[in-house]
Unconditional design. Structure first.
Lengths: 248, 257
């Protein structure tokens, strides 16, 4: 029964995506929506991404220094592990989990409210493909802005690590710099960006699906918002396993 | 003209519309009335294509809307305007942007022309001065007027209104009714209004369809209602004691004459 329900939901999701990925009625309006969504979903998330990345970078650096560093280890190991954790997992996967909460609930509640207040019906009556008009700019906006968020997050995490070195005097900054530069693999940056693109699609499309298909009133909008966050988070974690295996 | 032929709508086991046959004429204010849950909104949703009928035809000037392809329906919908019960204004857009929205989507006018047309529509509904406000900043009656302005922006041939007076005070309801009636005559549109409001029924009903438990119980004009012998219709229209007494008084007065 549960599998039947999941398959039905997945089928409805595919149908919605089929409607979403079609030619917009008016490119001028699409561009306007696209820029608006990039600002609303991406640019407005920069603050939280920078804040969390700074402190996580600092905390990782302190934890590595306290728990891994020993006389048997080279002095660059703290910087090296901080960089690898930030780049390989935090800035792509964990940051996307955080965005699934912030952006996912935003999208689901916005579309859900539009559905229950008949704004989506109003678009349909006008002869507009409402899925394409509302959802496509959100997905493309998230895909566009996500690489920047990943790079900003990595950079801010490293700044956080330097903060512990310069302000907290946890370790000499030169040791941290040596670790950050040790055995750097440029592919890991690309890997992080590629992973984040998949996660951006999951966040925007899954949240849109739950919001767009709301039936009922405000209670259901709240439920859709929760379902969107839970489902997109689970899918991000699940796909992270496969993507990491595939791209490593 | 919109013609409905043998329209049935079923949800699972429940038959909501049963064999509806009627005609909505051009340039007339057509009213669909009935109790809550009688099937009025389902009928309107079938007319505009938000729901597909189980069987039957909806003919727009002879063109069967139900049998149309998806693209044909999209083109057809550009000839329709709709005013929802909740007004359904886009809350992230200003009043002016809401009215300009259909023009932005479908017209080839320049920005200046689109603004001019939107302002004309706002002027028509007496809302000049409110164009920079957001829907959340204006009253329910004003929201309904904005919805009317948005609905007429592209000069639709068919105008649908789902309970346009719901949540409004009697005076504002009259303003909305008069506005819808005058716009219908001015643009010779086919206007269909779903309503519970008895002032609307008696005031602007030029063609009234009474739906009872999913079927068409009665059709006529407002002048016929007073003398109608259909008990379901009179029970619905003259539901309160006050209205019943008024009707009795009028009928006895007519009989004396």
């Amino acid at each position: 029964m549960l599998i039947h329900k999941w398959l039905t939901t997945f089928g409805r999701y595919l149908i919605l995506m089929g409607r979403t990925f079609s030619m917009p009625e008016r490119m001028r309006m699409f561009r306007k929506q696209y820029v608006k969504e990039m600002a609303q979903l991406g640019v407005n998330s920069i603050g939280i991404v920078l804040l969390i990345s700074f402190f996580i970078g600092a905390v990782i650096c302190i934890q590595m220094k306290m728990n891994i560093q020993s006389p048997w280890m080279p002095r660059w190991v703290t910087g090296y592990t901080t960089r690898e954790i930030m780049l390989l997992e935090f800035s792509s996967s964990i940051m996307c989990l955080i965005l699934a909460g912030k952006v996912g609930s935003n999208i689901a509640s916005e579309l859900g409210t539009m559905r229950v207040t008949q704004q989506i019906d109003a678009l349909e009556i006008m002869g507009i493909n409402s899925a394409c008009y509302l959802i496509l700019p959100k997905i493309l906006g998230m895909l566009t802005i996500m690489p920047f968020l990943v790079i900003f997050s990595s950079g801010m995490g490293i700044l956080g690590a330097y903060g512990t070195a310069y302000i907290g005097h946890i370790m000499p900054p030169d040791d941290l710099t040596a670790g950050l530069q040790h055995s750097f693999v440029p592919w890991f940056v690309w890997m992080s960006i590629i992973k984040s693109q998949f996660f951006a699609f999951i966040i925007a499309s899954v949240a849109s699906f739950f919001g767009y298909t709301v039936e009922g009133g405000s209670v259901n909008v709240g439920k859709a918002s929760t379902d969107a966050v839970v489902s997109s988070s689970a899918l991000i974690l699940f796909s992270d396993v496969f993507l990491t295996q595939l791209l490593s | 003209m919109i013609e409905v032929k043998n329209l049935y709508k079923r949800f699972d086991e429940k038959e909501v519309l049963k064999d509806i046959n009627t005609v909505f004429e051009d340039g007339k204010t057509n009213l669909i009335i009935g109790q809550s849950g009688s099937g009025k909104t389902v009928l309107m949703k079938n007319l505009v294509g938000l729901l597909d009928p189980t069987s039957g035809q909806v003919l727009y000037d002879g063109r069967d809307f139900v049998a149309m392809s998806k693209n044909e329906k999209v083109m057809m919908r550009r000839e329709m305007g709709m005013i929802f019960q909740s007004a359904a204004l886009f809350d992230s857009l200003t009043v002016l942007q809401n009215v300009m929205f259909p023009l932005d989507m479908f017209s080839s006018m320049t920005l200046r022309e689109r603004k001019k047309r939107a302002m004309e529509c706002l002027d028509r509904v007496n809302l000049v001065g409110a164009e920079q406000k957001y829907p959340g900043e204006i009253s329910g009656g004003m929201q309904k007027r904005v919805a009317i302005a948005r609905a007429i922006a592209l000069n639709p041939k068919y105008l649908f209104c789902d309970e346009p007076n719901s949540g409004l005070d009697p005076k504002t309801s009259l303003v909305i009714d008069e506005l819808l009636h005058s716009i219908t005559q001015e643009f010779q549109m086919t206007t269909i209004i779903n309503t519970h409001d008895m002032n609307s029924v008696m005031g602007i009903g030029e063609n009234i369809i009474f739906i009872y438990e999913g079927h068409k119980e009665w059709q006529g004009v407002s002048a016929d209602i007073m003398h109608s012998t259909n008990k379901r219709l009179t029970d619905f229209i003259f539901a309160s004691d006050l209205l019943k007494d008024m009707r009795s008084a009028i009928l006895s007065h007519d009989n004396k004459d």
